[in-house]
Write a protein that binds this ligand. Structure first.
Ligand SMILES: [Zn+2]
Length: 158
């Protein structure tokens, strides 16, 4: 005896819905992964709780980094890039100063860290080792991202 067709359909629909939810959850995890990684990287030297100003600073820095990526990936034209960058730099600096006021750190040092981070990203992208998908900087000569497995543009560049 086969089960009634309607019951079978219901089961299939439930299974599909559940599968869809799993896929959606996986996609969300995949998307936030680099952000979470970025936060961890920035906290390596300081395991303290993320303060509001620290969080604001990270958001501004990550946005700034994304702008760098998009520009270098050709997704932004130079006019948009410059306007977004100056906007985000202003926000990042304001956040850095607020963070300095709260934590007693040095905004100059944090600003230098930012410049250094962006320089690294830029160098990584230009040499084809920076992953455009997840921001991971790979060893020179890598053809695929060690972090997410995406193909790297190294072969195209040289
Ligand atoms: Zn990657």
């Amino acid at each position: 005896m086969t089960p009634p067709l309607r019951a079978l359909r219901t089961r299939t629909t439930v299974a599909l819905l559940f599968g869809g939810m799993l896929v959606a959850a996986a996609v969300v995890l995949f998307i936030i992964q680099p952000v979470v990684k970025g936060l961890h990287a920035s906290l390596e030297r300081d395991e303290n709780e993320l303060t509001d100003t620290e969080a604001r600073k990270r958001v501004a820095l990550l946005a700034l980094r994304d702008v760098e990526y998009d520009f270098l990936a050709g997704k932004l034209d130079e006019v948009d890039y410059r306007s977004l960058k100056s906007e985000l730099t202003a926000e990042a600096l304001a956040a850095l100063e607020a963070d300095e006021a709260v934590q007693g750190g040095s905004a100059a040092t944090a600003g230098a860290d930012l410049e250094e981070e962006i320089a690294q990203i830029r160098a990584g992208l230009e040499s084809g080792t920076g992953c455009g998908a997840c921001s991971f900087i790979n060893d020179e000569g890598s053809r695929f991202c060690s972090s997410c497995g995406c193909a790297l543009p190294a072969e195209v560049a040289g």
